[in-house]
Design a protein around this ligand. Structure first.
Ligand SMILES: Nc1ncnc2c1ncn2[C@@H]1O[C@H](COP(=O)(O)OP(=O)(O)OP(=O)(O)O)[C@@H](O)[C@H]1O
Length: 625
């Protein structure tokens, strides 16, 4: 009973002090007699519910039919009930007990509250932990999502980059293709431009060639004109001398002939008178004259037929202009003996001077030719095939002379033909070439066939102006020289080696350049021709009957002409060929013969040299050199 009272008082007091809410919270002390609020215990705060869970029904509050709440919300009824209960307790004998029970209850309730608080705290801590865990989970999920998003982004970016790269590659490839196309187009354009330029150059080249040919023709014309003039001048100089000599000789001859004619007519007159007076003598004379005429005619025609036959079988081909073999086999014996004699006579002169006949060459070139001559001689001795040669260089530099000397030194026969002789032969050319090679093969010693002006005959086959006959002749020569020969050495000479057909060039084993003579060579040439045309002018040529057939030249007196003057002239004559130097000396000779006392002195020599040097320079100017 005391316990019940205590609870009731407590509840009443609590309700009065803190209102209904507090009364609800204190559910365990809710004694029914004093309680105005709900007797159902207040539930502990629940953990946060997920929004998906259905909302729990609101706890129903006890109905208060007589509310006595003041305007400020205070309910005095509970206090009244509490005061009533207190009064009852104070009048009760068990008041003390009641208070003790109340105290105990209060303590118990305090403990319970503490436990509740602890539980609540634990729950709160758990809720916090849970919240943290949820937050952590959420963060983890977020991090995972972020990582996933990031990786997706990276993949996406990677893909984008790949696509971009691919697109760039495509673009680059397209550009490259375009570039290649442009380059091809540009190369084609360049090629076309190059072809056009080449054609232009070729046209220009052809034009230049035409102009050059024209210039050459003009130069030749001018040169011929100058030479004719020179010859006329020389002839004029020599004319006076000759006229004087002729007049003297003619007077003597006239007297001799007048005497001879007088004697002959005396004899003929006597004979005719005897024949005409005697008839028998007349018949015999007429018959004799007729028989003699018939005999002479028959013999002459017969000899002509036989001679042409012999000539065809044994004679030298018409293409050969000069040969050491002579026109007929037997003439070789004669000509060789003569040449031996002449060389013997010469040996005191030029042969000793330079060891190479009359040819003056640069020492290195001379040495090379001597080596070639030795090699050719040995080749013949060992029956090995000969080596073909090409001599090239400006006109009149001694190519022909060197070839002749080479043949002589190597012990071969020598034959010279000129390329320019082939074209006029027309369709006969091929036959003549074969005839020439057949003839050359007959030489027992081996033959050096020298073709001068080789470019006129052996030029490039595809040249348009080359005639069919000329082309065939060249083919015939190529055919005959296709293999290396043990009988014939082919020596070609040309001023234009570049014009030779490539097949001809292919047959050449040795190429020698003959340059214009240097100062030393010019000096030696001057000395050589001074000796030949001036010092030996009055001497007879060696030969069996030369004194019968050749007119003797007048001897020339040389005064004061020494080596220094010759050297001075050699210095002035820069650019002169050997032929020009020889001609200069011939002019000097003519000038000497034109002089009154037939004497050569330094003044006359210098005069001619200066005149010739000026003429040479004029010619060069005309030729555009
Ligand atoms: N090196 C030389 N030594 C001596 N004389 C020479 C020399 N070069 C030329 N001559 C003189 O010039 C003349 C012509 O020489 P040669 O015929 O050998 O010349 P080339 O070079 O064959 O000329 P082209 O090319 O015109 O045929 C000779 O007769 C000679 O008088």
């Amino acid at each position: 009973m005391a316990k019940k009272c205590a609870s009731g008082i407590m509840a009443a007091l609590a309700t009065a002090t803190f209102g209904a809410d507090y009364a609800c919270a204190d559910a365990p002390f809710n004694f029914s007699p004093f309680s105005t609020s709900s007797s159902a215990p207040q539930a502990a705060p629940e953990p946060a519910k997920s929004p998906s869970e259905p909302a729990a029904p609101e706890p129903t509050k006890p109905r208060n039919d007589n509310p006595r709440t003041t305007s400020s919300g205070f309910d005095p009824e509970a206090l009244e009930r509490g005061a009533k209960a207190l009064r009852e307790i104070s009048h009760s004998s068990h008041a003390k007990k009641v208070f003790e029970v109340m105290k105990k209850q209060e303590e118990t309730r305090q403990q319970e509250l503490t436990a509740k608080a602890a539980e609540f705290k634990a729950m709160q801590a758990q809720a916090e932990t849970e919240t943290k865990r949820v937050v952590y989970d959420e963060q983890k999920k977020l991090a995972q999502q972020q990582a996933q998003t990031k990786s997706q982004m990276a993949r996406y970016e990677d893909e984008l980059a790949r696509k971009r790269l691919q697109a760039e590659n495509e673009h680059q490839r397209a550009r490259n293709q375009e570039l290649v196309k442009m380059q091809e187009e540009s190369a084609m354009k360049q090629e076309a431009a190059r072809r056009a330029t080449e054609e232009q150059i070729q046209a220009q080249h052809r034009q230049t060639e035409r102009e050059k040919a024209e210039l050459e023709r003009e130069t030749i014309r001018v040169r011929a004109f100058a030479e004719a003039e020179g010859r006329a001048h020389e002839a004029k100089l020599a004319e006076d001398v000759n006229r004087r000599m002729l007049v003297e000789r003619a007077n003597a001859e006239r007297e001799k002939w007048v005497a001879a004619i007088n004697t002959t007519f005396d004899h003929i007159g006597g004979g005719l008178r005897a024949i005409l007076t005697d008839q028998n003598k007349l018949i015999v004379a007429v018959g004799g004259v007729t028989a003699l005429a018939a005999g002479v005619y028959t013999t002459r025609e017969g000899a002509r037929v036989i001679w042409s036959y012999v000539d065809r079988i044994l004679g030298q081909p018409s293409l050969i202009r000069e040969s050491s073999r002579g026109k007929y086999p037997w003439s070789g014996l004669f000509s060789r003996s003569m040449s031996t004699r002449s060389r013997g006579a010469n040996s005191s002169g030029s042969e000793n001077l330079n060891g190479f006949g009359d040819v003056i060459l640069h020492p290195s070139l001379q040495k090379r030719i001597e080596q070639l001559a030795n090699a050719t001689a040995n080749t013949k001795a060992h029956q090995a095939p000969f080596r073909n040669m090409l001599f090239y260089g400006p006109p009149g530099t001694g190519k022909t002379m060197a070839a002749r000397e080479l043949a002589r030194k190597s012990g071969l026969d020598y034959a010279l033909m000129t390329g320019g002789d082939v074209a006029p032969l027309g369709s006969q050319a091929v036959t003549k070439i074969h005839q020439l090679f057949d003839w050359a093969k007959k030489s027992k010693r081996g033959l050096l066939l020298f073709i001068d002006e080789a470019d006129a005959f052996l030029c490039e086959r595809n040249k348009t102006y080359m005639s069919e006959a000329q082309r065939s002749a060249l083919n015939a020569l190529l055919f005959r020289t296709g293999d290396q020969s043990k009988d014939i050495v082919l020596a070609l000479a040309t001023n234009r080696p570049g014009d030779l057909d490539s097949a001809v060039a292919d047959r050449i084993d040795e190429v020698l350049e003959f340059p214009l003579p240097g100062e030393d060579e010019r000096f030696k040439l001057l000395k050589l021709y001074l000796n030949k045309y001036i010092a030996q002018a009055g001497e007879r040529e060696p030969g069996l009957f030369s004194h019968l057939f050749k007119k003797q030249q007048k001897q020339i007196e040389v005064k004061g002409l020494n080596d220094d003057i010759l050297k001075e002239a050699a210095t002035k004559m820069e650019g002169f060929s050997g032929r020009e130097i020889a001609k200069l000396m011939a002019s000097v000779q003519a000038a000497v013969y034109g002089s009154e006392n037939c004497m050569l002195d330094p003044n006359l020599f210098r005069e001619v040299v200066d005149y010739k040097v000026a003429e040479h320079q004029q010619r060069r100017k005309l030729a555009g050199q």
